[in-house]
Design a protein around this ligand. Structure first.
Ligand code: AMP
Length: 212
């Protein structure tokens, strides 16, 4: 099963992708997480990507396409995967198609911008392993500490409200056209992601089943 989660930053793609990943036993591939790991590791790709990321801009297509090509070639992707945050541009979607990868469904999580801005201010990320939390909807067991590795939780630099507005504008101008791209292929399924995590999961499940 190959599913793409589409949606604005903060729409809840990562959270839903993790839930579906466990449910179906397939990995979630998040280009944002791969890039943040490369930044932490100080690799040449990470160093080149950091300046784009910190200001809320997209990392160039060729860099991200190469990262995803390598990741999808790994053995754990053989039975399927969930893509979270890729593709984010029409050229990236075309590159995926040229790799011979046809998604079974493209799930768009639709959330209004004002809800997103409010949500992002509560998002936290583990500085060591990259696990993500939210102060109200997905709190860690111990405040400020990662459940998985106990390291300190931090606010992502690109979750600063001014940067979030820039990221939303990039989403509307560059990523949202992908809805039309996948709609034409008959693959687009849209759900609203404004309610609780659990309610959104139910909507996503129902939408995927209706589409199967
Ligand atoms: P995310 O964690 O998905 O919100 O991604 C964080 C940041 O990583 C984005 O704002 C971009 O700078 C970069 N990034 C992640 N995925 C992509 C992608 N598919 N194309 C370009 N840049 C990306």
């Amino acid at each position: 099963m190959k599913i793409i989660f589409l949606g604005a930053p903060g729409a809840g793609k990562g959270t839903q992708a993790e839930i579906f990943s466990e449910r179906y036993g397939i990995p979630t591939i998040s280009t944002g997480a791969i890039i943040r790991q490369a930044v932490r590791d100080g690799t040449p790709t990470g160093l080149a990507a950091k300046s784009y990321m910190d200001r809320g801009a997209l990392v160039p297509d060729d860099v991200v396409v190469e990262l995803i090509r390598e990741r999808l070639a790994e053995p754990d992707c053989r039975n399927g995967f969930i893509l979270d945050g890729f593709p984010r541009t029409v050229p990236q979607a075309e590159a995926l198609d040229r790799m011979g990868i046809r998604p079974d469904a493209v799930l768009s999580l639709d959330v209004p911008d004002d809800v997103i801005v409010a949500r992002m201010s509560g998002r936290r990320v583990c500085g060591a392993c990259g696990a993500t939390y939210h102060v109200t909807s997905k709190p860690p067991r111990v405040e400020g500490k990662c459940d998985k590795c106990c390291a300190d939780l931090t606010v992502r630099p690109d979750d600063d409200p001014a940067v979030v507005l820039d990221r939303l504008s990039v989403y509307h101008s560059t990523t949202e056209p992908l809805k039309g791209f996948y709609e034409k292929l008959g693959l687009l399924v849209s759900v609203t992601g404004q309610d609780t995590v659990e309610a959104t999961t139910e909507l996503v499940l129902a939408a995927l089943e209706a589409n199967a």
